[in-house]
Ligand binder design. Structure first.
Ligand SMILES: *Cc1c(COP(=O)(O)O)cnc(C)c1O
Length: 524
């Protein structure tokens, strides 16, 4: 018996040479690729360090090349079914084991007598990991959706937990933080825990502030006084792969070595330097790990088991993330984080010297938040949103964050910088831009909302219009208002006016506004 080698379509006479559709598709495909390249050329650069949010650049071209090759090898696999595609179980398992080791979840790291092994699942990103942690908590608590089960967290926790509450029929209970430092008091957080609580969440680090929440104290309080079914999730989507490697080590105070921590999320597509689409949720014990899975045999199709929200899913992102983890190893990761830490230190030092701005004093980690310096007079103050827009015009993109209202006093308007290894090469350039941008806007009055919103804001302030009136406006009217702003401002208005509007509107109205804004951009 002779076995024919499989036809790879790359040599010899095969369907590729004879099917006329191949030639047609190749020609149109080339044109599509050309268009794509042109579109991408108008995006901000995803590598090179000039975009200080959204992207996480190792600064090593080899890492990106490796990720693309690994994704290519995984092309076409359906991660829906690891019983068919065995590589899925192996790749996911490899990622989970590596991250579990980094986050202190291996058997040897766990406290004496803890036989609850740590399990994990690979998800599409931080939001999905956080939503699944909340779903598991709801299920472990035995609460039905809509029955009042709560997620208790500092107000500085990532918005993904508010989204989880929205999707899962839970209630989000935000605990106020010190407006000057962004820190939550563990006692305040614990005071919000009651018989409705399914999950308490802490961040390491919190995205808007860079603060690492007091996980050890919260864990101790939960242990001593509360139902053991209440979960304690640490959102280390951002910090999970960078804090443990930070010079001096910033891990054991918030990770799985703390017995009471029941789950942790960590994003590979942040400080794992992997392409977008991979995060990990680690859970203590099989029950919690499996509580967020969905399975059914009650339909006429194949038996369904989904450990995550999606059905069919790619192996590409996970394969890329796995290959990058393997290639970097502990030593590579440590070196990249050391570069990140040096860059962060230099930028904090340089930014702190700019008159009119203040860097929020935060915990170790790669996040910087900058606010206006309240200690200088109006004439010398730098508004962080005007500053962010000016930095953007000079080729350095930083992220504006609106002020956040709470009863203890608002968290002020700020701008956010995410520092990555590549940033080290650019610290001088970034500081030059930061100084010039501050120079350009120093003493300027606070940004005003877009003119198109002026009438609405005046009516709101005067009480002629209530937030409910605004929420009742037909979608087409909201759309027209926002589309007008998009068309009117062009590129140069920056984000400051929109953020000024968000800061003045009730939060639900602001949410409606940004929804309309994105929709208008997508339709545009
Ligand atoms: C990025 C982030 C998330 C959400 O992750 P996505 O991957 O954007 O969905 C959640 N928590 C923190 C702290 C984050 O930084």
């Amino acid at each position: 018996m002779t076995v024919e080698p499989p036809d790879t379509g790359s040599s010899g006479a095969g369907p590729a040479d004879t099917d006329p559709l191949e030639a047609l598709v190749a020609r149109r495909g080339d044109a599509a690729l050309e268009t794509l390249a042109a579109l991408r050329a108008s995006d901000p650069p995803t590598t090179g360090g000039r975009v200080l949010s959204y992207v996480y650049d190792s600064g090593l071209e080899g890492v990106d090349r490796l990720a693309v090759r690994a994704a290519g090898l995984a092309h076409g696999v359906n991660g829906l079914d690891p019983t068919v595609f065995g590589s899925v179980a192996r790749i996911h398992g490899g990622i989970v084991r590596r991250v579990r080791t980094i986050l202190g979840g291996d058997a040897g790291d766990r406290p004496e007598g803890d036989d609850d092994e740590v399990h994990g699942v690979v998800t599409s990103g931080g939001t999905e990991s956080c939503v699944l942690a909340c779903l598991a908590a709801r299920e472990v608590s035995g609460r039905a959706p809509g029955s009042g089960g709560t997620i208790v967290a500092p107000v500085t926790v990532h918005a993904a937990f508010r989204k989880a509450a929205h999707i899962l029929g839970m209630r989000f209970v935000g605990v106020e933080v010190d407006p000057a430092t962004g820190r939550v008091d563990a006692a305040d957080l614990l005071a919000a825990v009651d018989h409705d609580t399914c999950l308490v969440v802490c961040s390491a680090s919190s995205y808007p502030t860079g603060v690492i929440d007091p996980v050890e104290q919260v864990a101790a309080g939960l242990d001593a006084h509360h139902d053991p079914r209440i979960g304690l999730h640490v959102d280390a989507c951002l910090g999970g792969l960078v804090l443990p490697f930070w010079p001096g080590g910033v891990g054991s105070t918030w990770d799985l070595r703390i017995d009471r921590v029941t789950s942790i999320s960590a994003d590979l597509h942040k400080y794992g330097f992997a392409p977008k689409g991979t995060s990990v949720l680690l859970s203590r014990g099989r029950v919690r790990h499996r509580a967020s899975w969905f399975s059914t045999v009650d339909w006429p199709g194949y038996p369904v088991v989904n450990p995550t929200l999606s059905g069919s899913k790619p192996l590409e992102p996970a394969a890329a993330a796995w290959a990058v983890l393997e290639a970097l190893g502990d030593d590579g990761q440590s070196e990249l984080v050391a570069r990140t830490a040096r860059a962060t230190g230099r930028l904090v030092e340089g930014l702190s010297r700019i008159e009119g701005l203040r860097v929020i004093d935060s915990d170790p980690g790669p996040l910087i938040a900058v606010v206006a310096d309240g200690a200088v007079g109006d004439a010398r103050r730098v508004h962080p949103h005007l500053w962010a827009d000016e930095c953007g015009r000079r080729g350095i993109a930083v992220q504006a964050q609106p002020a956040y209202r709470q009863e203890r006093g608002a968290l002020p308007s700020s701008s956010h910088l995410t520092i990555t290894p590549v940033t080290e090469r650019l610290t001088d350039e970034i500081l030059d831009v930061a100084r010039a941008a501050a120079e350009a806007v120093r003493g300027m009055p606070d940004p005003a909302p877009p003119a198109a919103f002026a009438d609405v804001l005046v009516a709101l302030d005067a009480g002629a219009l209530s937030p409910d009136d605004l929420l009742a406006l037909p979608e087409d009217e909201v759309h027209a208002m926002v589309a007008g702003v998009l068309a009117g401002d062009g590129d140069d208005g920056g984000m400051a006016p929109l953020l000024a509007a968000i800061e003045r509107l009730p939060a639900e109205v602001g949410a409606r506004l940004v929804r309309a804004y994105l929709a208008a951009v997508m339709e545009g």
